[in-house]
Design a protein around this ligand. Sequence first.
Ligand code: FE
Length: 284
Amino acid sequence: MMTIREIRHVIPSHATTDGAGVKIQRSIGASPMFRLDPFLMLDEFYSDNPDDYIAGFPSHPHRGFETVTYMLDGHMRHEDHLGNKGDLRAGDVQWMTAAHGIIHSEMPQQTEGRMRGFQLWINLPAAEKMKPAAWQDIPAATIPDVALEGAHVRVIAGLLSAGDREVSGPIHGVSTKPVYFDVVLEPNATFETDLPTGHSAFVYLYEGNAFVGERSAPLDLRAAATLGEGDRVRIKAGPQGASFLLLAAKPLNEPVVQYGPFVMNTREEIEQALSDYRDGTLAA
Ligand code: FE
């Protein structure tokens, strides 16, 4: 028997700044109480005013988790300590596994006066926090854009199973088995997909209006609505249509100790990350 997931908690987003003054809306991760294992943070950055982010995120470290950047509008130049460089365009994704350590800069840029994107932080299991760093830029053209009745779904990670369609995203080999869909619904259209039982899951509405589950509970704009147990998700757009991210992943159930851009299991490991960063061996 199918159980439709219902909204459990709503984590509103707060306007904040990060990097060199980039304006962002942070929902997941706005405080340590607002995590959803294994998700540590979700930021949305959007602006038509370049003063909001022109200085970007200059050189900064990460250790112990993964960052996933998805651009909707504008683009993002990035560069890391290994000499890797890239420029994420609208629709592109960067899946960066910081693990042992990465030091990089991220510079959002406008295209035709617009810039909009998301950065998600996903925790790594203890056994993988110190493996070598790796990243992949996934061009928009390699992300399946699945047309369903009244809906378009960009399948960035995980398996979309809707009606008679089964489509997998380009991301493989991540032990939290993430699901990352960007769904655009026409007015009053309904989207349904299977979602692995036991995965933590949430919906982030970034445009329009929509209702979740059999209770038709309304989603708040720019909030993360965490979902209760079940094996299926149903979201119905209101009269304005809806655009939202649907995210899910397997919880780690491990202790989380975070100090800014370092996320480990113990205080000692955080001390080690700080001293490695000072010594220049964090990202060696
Ligand atoms: Fe970063």
